[in-house]
Design a binder for this molecule. Structure first.
Ligand code: NAP
Length: 320
């Protein structure tokens, strides 16, 4: 019987389906060092499924016949793809099914940060609403403003669509290559990064994390943003120099930020928690019941396809 290692919590029904056909080992961080568990279990494993763990030579080296790692995510920066290629291990991911949900979250953060919703929610519930609000509670307008999107991929385009059709926004984008056809749908204009930062009222980061996008936003870039601008990151924490962002927020070089992702997750303590002008979400871009179900179903299908000698639909490294 083929062996499947489950390396994070997954949906119970999917787990039950796996258990019907395969020998399944579910790793559990409560039972000790997770990397040691991976090293022990991967030796004779045929497949792995899960999300949120760093998988690379340090824990995958003992694998003898691992055919596929099926990640329940679209981002795959947790996996050392070069090493997987060397070992001829497929990496499958779950694109498309989470695009709209993640774009919704980006817009939720954008609106919340612009209108100070979390702060004013707390303020109201604390009984501070004794008279009409004053300038301190005022936000900034969203409708008709300029939205700058860094990374016009699937999610970036879904964010642009919301901004263009829903909020009559003027769309600018920066991408490592121009996306003329996609951009046409939203009258989006290409800008170099510096120009985009200088001209946008809202800047949303939606790139994947790679060697070029790491620390794409640092002190120099935050200095280019307008004082009333709002910065949103739904991509990956490491795309941003978090200390530089904290300094920009502390010194009110920008109006506010809305963040779903961080340099180190889960975020337990941070100077961000002391700041009024940041909205923090715990990496929930795709976290709706419907979308998580679609993602785990897709990851299951990718895994089963590989084990049944079919080519999975969504491979990060189809050619190794
Ligand atoms: P995608 O379709 O691959 O889009 C990524 C875009 O970023 C592509 O257009 C890519 O350009 C561009 N890009 C990459 N590096 C760049 C750089 N250095 N400078 C400028 N543009 C660059 O991926 P997606 O499905 O939209 O997802 C994007 C990322 O969002 C994922 O990789 C993941 O990390 C993150 N994400 C987060 C959550 C969450 O829960 N917060 C949920 C889903 C996804 P090319 O066209 O040249 O490739």
């Amino acid at each position: 019987m083929k062996k499947v290692v489950v390396f994070s919590q997954i949906d119970r029904e999917v787990l039950a389906k796996l258990q019907q056909n395969y020998q399944v080992v579910v790793l559990n961080p409560k039972l000790g060092d997770i990397n040691e568990q991976i090293r022990n279990e991967v030796v004779d494993a045929d497949a792995m499924i899960g999300a949120g763990r760093l998988l690379n030579e340090s824990n995958l080296a003992p694998a003898q016949k691992l055919k596929i790692i099926s990640t329940v995510s679209v981002g795959y920066d947790n996996y050392d793809v070069n090493y997987l290629n060397q070992k001829k291990i497929w990496l499958a991911n779950t694109p498309h099914v989470l695009t709209e949900t993640t774009a919704d979250l980006a817009f939720s953060l954008l609106l919340s940060a612009a209108r100070k919703i979390p702060q004013l929610d707390a303020w109201t519930k604390q009984g501070e609403w004794k008279r009409t609000v004053s300038t301190e509670q005022f936000g900034v307008d969203v409708f008709g403003k300029t939205l700058g999107i860094i990374g016009l991929g699937h999610i970036g385009a879904a964010i642009a669509r919301r901004g263009f059709h829903g909020f009559n926004m003027n769309i600018l984008y920066h991408n490592r290559r121009e996306k003329i056809e996609i951009a046409q749908a939203f009258n989006a204009e290409y800008r170099e990064l510096d120009q985009l930062l200088q001209q946008s009222d809202f800047v949303v980061v939606a790139v994947d994390l790679n060697a070029e996008s790491k620390a794409l936003m640092g002190a120099e870039q935050f200095n280019l943003m307008q004082k009333h601008a709002v910065f949103i990151n739904i991509a990956r924490g490491s795309v941003v120099d978090e200390n530089a962002l904290i300094e920009a927020l502390q010194q009110q070089k920008i109006f506010a930020a809305g963040l779903d992702v961080y340099a180190k997750e889960p975020l337990q303590t941070s100077p961000l928690f002391e700041l009024e002008n940041v909205v923090t979400a715990p990496h929930i871009g795709s976290a709706t019941a419907e979308t998580r179900q679609k993602m785990v179903n897709l990851a299951y299908q990718n895994l089963v396809d590989a084990l049944e000698d079919r080519t999975p639909r969504y491979l990060v490294n189809p050619q190794f």
